[in-house]
Write a protein that binds this ligand. Sequence first.
Ligand SMILES: *Cc1c(COP(=O)(O)O)cnc(C)c1O
Length: 376
Amino acid sequence: MPKIPPLDLERQFTAIQPEISAAVASVLASGNYVGGAAVSDFEQQFAQYVGTDHCIACNSGTDALYLALRALQIGPGDEVITSPFTFIATAEVISRVGATPVFIDIDPNTFNLDPEKLEAAITPRSRAIIPVHLFGQAAAMGCLQAIATDHNLYVIEDCAQAVGATWKDQAVGGIGHVGCFSFYPTKNLGACGDGGAVTTNDPEIEAQIRLLRDHGRRGGYTYETVGVNSRLDSLQAAILSVKLRYLNRWNQQRQAAAERYDQLLQHIPGIVLPKVAPEATSVWNQYTLRITCNKSGERRDLIRQYLSNLEIASMVYYPLPLHLQPVYTALGYQPGRLPHSEQVAHEVLSLPMFPELTTIEQECVRDGLKEALAGT
Ligand SMILES: *Cc1c(COP(=O)(O)O)cnc(C)c1O
């Protein structure tokens, strides 16, 4: 059997190498390595892609979230409600601005925030919610938005894994007050290094974020607030502009690969395939299924090991929800408090997923998974 990687950025690069090389060469020849036309062009193209008035490029998805919280003046004494079943950055930035993350449980079918849990978590200190569009699928924005509006909360979308996904035909990143994107290489739109962006329709938020990402600089050497250095460099911007032109095609290829997995795996007992809500689309940053009857995660880990012995990669996102992480012990969440998040953390297994994944590779994954399930 061929070796099957979790994703394969070399295949992607090979397919578009001439264009990437030309873009890189042109930036190198321009002598403009930070800022300049490459960055502003990309910002414009990305705003257009998402359908927002503004896009501010920055250094990473983490910084995008941090800048959004800062621009909304969220800080000490404030609470921000989010998912415990996400990458650490989503909660880390809440802590970094001095606010307190409040975790609510997820819908185990979509792995996204369960809107029914939101209202009970709102207190007079709540300032914002950060829905995460996990694994590529848009979160339940309709209900979340409605409740947030009722309670005067900001909605900051963590779109790091979901560039191009929609909720009721609206692109993520343009639904809430602010959208935060990551261009880390493994995301659907990946730079050749770190990168991120914030999208918004609010000109005041835009102005604040531009100020904050450049040391709080109003212009020249006048500083209005304590900012950060979080610029996207011109090389990354030029590379992203090339890749943005392919993004819809790549997302369609991921969609097709997800449908093939659905077909190939549908009758295998002991697994639950990923579900997409009828109002949502997914851009399949991950194809994540659940291994059931798996209270401790042991069986899932054995299956993962079995696949690994066959040289089939699989990943566990995320093995321990954030409310139970050592870093958040002080928040006082006990095991059992957010049962769906805790259960799926034992069950999830992400299969190889990237636009260039072939049917033959997916059939190998199916065969390997069947064997693994039979043998464990
Ligand atoms: C990748 C990711 C981030 C952080 O993005 P970086 O560019 O790595 O800083 C934030 N949230 C989620 C859900 C992510 O997957």
